[in-house]
Design a protein around this ligand. Sequence first.
Ligand SMILES: *Cc1c(COP(=O)(O)O)cnc(C)c1O
Length: 334
Amino acid sequence: MLLSRFPRVNFIHAPTPLEELPRLSKHLGGPALLVKRDDCTGLALGGNKARKLEFLIGAATARGADTLLTAGGVQSNHCRQTAAAAAKYGFASELFLTRSVQWNEPTYERTGNVLLDRLTGAKLHFVPRDTDLDQAMARRAEELKKQGKKPFVVPVGGSTPTGALGYVSSAVELVAQANERGLVVDHVVHASGSGGTQAGLIVGLEGANSGVPVIGISVSRPKARLEAEVRALVQGTADSLGLQHRIAADRTIVLDEYIGSAYGQPTPAMIEAVELCARLEGLVLDPVYTGKAMAGLIDLVRKKRFKPTDTVVFIHTGGTPALFAYDSIFDAAP
Ligand SMILES: *Cc1c(COP(=O)(O)O)cnc(C)c1O
């Protein structure tokens, strides 16, 4: 797989650390657990979108763009990292932040990711839930063009075959780390939202012929929908790389039983997972993505989905700034 074929900027701190979680493994009586610290990618408090943005900024630059538009929930990590990457590479940025999560804390629209969005100088458009974000961005892009600007629209989550290349690269990095350490990885588990991370991981691990299955824990979309979206992205990404062998549909595994009532709404299992990782490993997760994904991993360990001799790698996809927008849910902690 020749990633160097694609326009790219290089800014992430890589390889991200691959750390053992021995106290968590022991506590759960489960397999060896490791965490790949993609929360430490370096850009404006890190996270998985930075990897995608290396290729998306590359594409925007190649296209001669001067303004990046993107969209997400109010506390979107993707919007925060896009605004930061835009600042770093001299683009203007506009973020469409949809009020998709019912959350009534007074600071929700000021702190966490929103605070960082403002710091980067992004123009913020708060829009009602159920806004068609693609349409809203397309309309704004037309306006900007009339003003002589050159807008580049990054779809929600940066989940395009171009963005997914960032996770092909992450998968290749993980395989190299495992080889260096003589580590056999049996499973990869991570939070799946718009599907680009999972698609990139699947293509990268398949392209490396590693045979490692990827379990995506959905934080928002039902299993059937997200699996279909990931498969389409796997296909698009594999095609753009010119990958010769077909990736079987059953390589895409999504579990949707850890979402709770809705995207961005806390669950008791998420709170347990966030507290457990902090107390046993000093590892900080987030309430919207990695907390729910870790709740899924913990449940799978308890249900004996893995062999005791297995090695499971959890990809920490970031999101920690959102913790501060949810401070009240951890009030019960002693
Ligand atoms: C966006 C995001 C995800 C999901 O990644 P997708 O590529 O959209 O599936 C997971 N974790 C965090 C912290 C995120 O911000």
